[in-house]
Design a protein around this ligand. Sequence first.
Ligand SMILES: [Zn+2]
Length: 423
Amino acid sequence: MKALLPLCLSLALLHLTSHAQKKKPWKGQAPIKTVNTATKPVQKQYKGVFELSNGVYCSNDFAGARLNGVVANNDTLVTILITPENTPINFSPWYAFKIWAKTPKSVYVKITYPERVRHRYYPKVSDDGKTWRGLHPRRYFPGKAIKAKGSRALPAEVTMRLNLTKQPLWVAAQELITSKDANTWGDKLSKLPFVTKTVIGKSREGRPLHLLKIGQANDKKMIMVLSRQHPPEVTGYLCMQSFIETICSDHPIAKKFRKVYNTYLVPMVNPDGVDNGHWRHSTGGIDLNRDWQAANQPETQAVQKFMREIKARKGGKFYFGVDFHSTWEDIYYTVDPKLKGNMPGLVPKMIKAAAAEIPRYTPNIKPSMGNDGRYLTSARYFFWKHQAEALTFEIGDHTPRPLIKKKGKFSALKLMELMLKAQ
Ligand SMILES: [Zn+2]
């Protein structure tokens, strides 16, 4: 046994050394920390209707809701508490609730968070949970902006003035788009003759992970698209929809593209997080976009298994992989242009060509896939595991919705054009 140990060790070292030598050096990139993605507990919300002493009612009894506590301070003031599913957690405090009153009245509704958390999302309101509008600025009273560690200056609490009636008013951090909505959208697309919808696995709580196949090619050439690993990132989802609808369109480029390339889409990688109104994590209590190396969670496992198996079965390649997210502003996280995947230069060319279609728009590009071959994130997994040209497509929280659509559309058109030219 003693004699074996040094041999194992030296083999391991040899492996590490040869692995390291294959990679080119990379300067200026801070090392990304590996995160333990073993399952952790999450705190469930008490779901129901809250009847307050001032004749106001609140409900979190719907998919995507988040309201952790509510109290009537007086006849015209209601204070709501919003907390995350677990900690530590990134800064994306999602909220969504319904509110109404026994008799019509105007009330002030204050949204509060745990200490050191700051308000991030400008409130949206809706009469039916489907059509949303920004709260009128004259009804919005943010508290004093405070600089918190690691964040920008934002208020710790905000107050809204709402005219309540018997008819529930929906209030949410962004437009509410749940797993059911994504499923309905997928069903609609799958009526097209070249779109099929299947299930590639189940989330921790048993929700189906849907996969859409777009195209009638032979799977030798494929692209992979993901969205909603992070529940509140609705603007990224909206861009993904526009991107996919363009690939499904009657545009001559799209028609040609679908004969050569098949597009695979998992529109909602984290349906549990979305339907439970999480700030960021899955019901495994984990940031799924840090689980692509360890693949401890069923959601990441399902996507990886699908990509591995279709390649093995059909002998094809993934040429492009994109994961749609949201953050403070529009950013493209790309692979270092010096690193070559299956279609070198594709992503920078696509970004440049798409940006040229949008007046007065300069894209914000950050190469950030690292050079160590590790794939904590989905985009790194696309690149390092499948050599797919990879992109994390980030849309700003407050990017105007028509501009989001435009970006999705032109990105898809330019991508398809470039990929057809390159083959
Ligand atoms: Zn994200």
